[in-house]
Design a protein around this ligand. Structure first.
Ligand SMILES: Nc1ncnc2c1ncn2[C@@H]1O[C@H](COP(=O)(O)OP(=O)(O)OP(=O)(O)O)[C@@H](O)[C@H]1O
Ligand SMILES: [Mg+2]
Length: 408
């Protein structure tokens, strides 16, 4: 029988153990412990618990309720239970108002009774979710960003899209498969000790635990599996590893975003085969159009044609137009992103992608709208993603430059 995955939250270390001892080992697996601190939410999201037990000794502080409320906006499929020694009718009513499914005592109860009751509550909750279609796992979508031409903006668009999805509360993994020159980590200023090479070489094999161990969190909520820091390590990754990594990630993420290199090697081909959709990122110059034709033909021969969509990036008025792509490939352009050199350069230099550092810029807002389209097509739900509200300037504060200053 599969065990029920539980995370125990408490600031009180002794209480964590007390609550753990109430869970019968044959039925429950503790996937982690946490306090109610700033890092807790991200930690819990990545543990994918079915049950979150919030244990509190004495008075339940307001901060616990607001934590749960915030947590449930992200981890919608987990059930939260409050475990306390201070149960009252008022508390139960208040807890229900914050989305807590049950309030249970931790003293004067046997592990058998506690475990049985928790299982019953969970079964009821799962039935309720099934009935209302709520909490149903959204099928994972693996989105690849590719072009056979270097420098068209694959990484820029992949990274910004991944962040936008994560900020919308989606569970997102960004996988850097440009194994020789991957620069996702630099774009995000992510200080990762590990890379995909550590994952494939680990004795424990490719498991979801190891994928979590060797990937890093980004402040946006995104998880990132980086490319190795030196190019010569790339050869340790086999195409079968790539297929396995993506397959294992699927049940745990709503989106896996794959940034690829411009080389048509085994890794790229396997990644394309694992994708549901491949965004071909090209520009409006003749070399781009020529390369697009070559790449399209190869992918067609590899039976990937139905997955292909064009994103025209760095668009500026000129001889080649997005319509030329439509004419050549008989395919509507999925999205056109204008040239925005100022934002592109400054965001890379800051290690803060445009959707974060300059959300109102041409680049930032274009990727946000692209993401809205991706979500609408995947879930059938139209979302309107607003950029962060600008902070109010306090008097005397120096004037800040605009997100996307016009060229002089
Ligand atoms: N819309 C845009 N407007 C202006 N510059 C852009 C835009 N998108 C990306 N760039 C810039 O283009 C350059 C190449 O971008 P990026 O590294 O994302 O391309 P790539 O296709 O991933 O390259 P590679 O093939 O080397 O992996 C970067 O300097 C980036 O800042
Ligand atoms: Mg790149």
């Amino acid at each position: 029988m599969e065990k029920i995955n539980v995370v125990i939250l408490s600031d009180d270390l002794d209480l964590r153990i007390e609550v753990k001892n109430l869970l019968q080992r044959e039925q429950f697996a503790i996937s982690g412990y946490s306090d109610y601190g700033a890092e807790a939410k991200t930690k819990i999201v990545n543990l994918f618990p079915e049950v979150v037990l919030c244990a509190v000794r004495g008075k339940v502080q307001e901060s616990v309720f607001t934590f749960v409320q915030d947590l449930l906006t992200t981890v919608r499929s987990s059930m939260v239970v409050l475990v306390t020694d201070n149960i009252s009718v008022d508390l139960v009513n208040k807890a229900a108002g914050y989305g807590i499914r049950k309030v249970m005592p931790f003293s004067g109860v046997t592990p058998q009774d506690f475990s049985e009751e928790l299982k019953t509550v969970l079964a009821l909750e799962q039935q309720r979710s099934l009935d209302s279609n709520e909490g149903k796992k959204v099928r994972c979508k693996v989105l690849g960003f590719f072009s056979g031409k270097g420098g068209t903006g694959k990484t820029t668009i992949a990274v910004n899209t991944a962040i936008s999805l994560a900020r919308e509360g989606k569970r997102v993994m960004l996988l850097d498969l440009d194994l020789q020159c991957g620069d996702v980590a630099i774009s995000l200023d992510a200080d990762s000790k590990y890379s995909i090479v550590d994952l494939v070489q680990d004795r424990g094999g490719i498991t979801i635990e190891n994928i979590n161990n060797f990937s890093v969190d980004h402040s946006s909520g995104l998880r990132v599996l980086c490319a190795p820091k030196s190019a010569e390590l790339a050869e340790y990754v086999q195409s079968s590893d790539v297929e396995k990594i993506i397959d294992i990630m699927r049940p745990y993420y709503e989106y896996v975003i794959v940034d690829m290199s411009s080389a048509f090697n085994d890794i790229t081909i396997t990644a394309c085969e694992s994708c549901e959709e491949i965004f071909l990122v090209y520009n409006t110059d003749i070399l781009s159009l020529r390369n697009a034709k070559m790449s399209y033909d190869i992918l067609e021969k590899l039976h990937q044609k139905d997955k292909l969509q064009f994103i025209i990036n760095k668009y500026e008025k000129g001889i080649i137009k997005p319509a030329d792509y439509t004419k050549m490939f008989g395919l509507e352009i999925y999205y056109v992103i204008p040239y925005d050199g100022n934002t592109a350069i400054s965001s890379v230099n800051k290690g803060q992608p445009a959707v974060l550092s300059a959300p109102r810029s041409t680049l930032g807002s274009s990727v946000r709208h692209l993401t809205e389209k991706v979500i609408a097509e995947h879930t059938g739900i139209k979302v309107l993603m607003e950029p962060e509200k600008k902070k109010k300037k306090t008097r005397g504060e120096p004037k800040k430059s605009k997100d996307n200053p016009k060229k002089k």
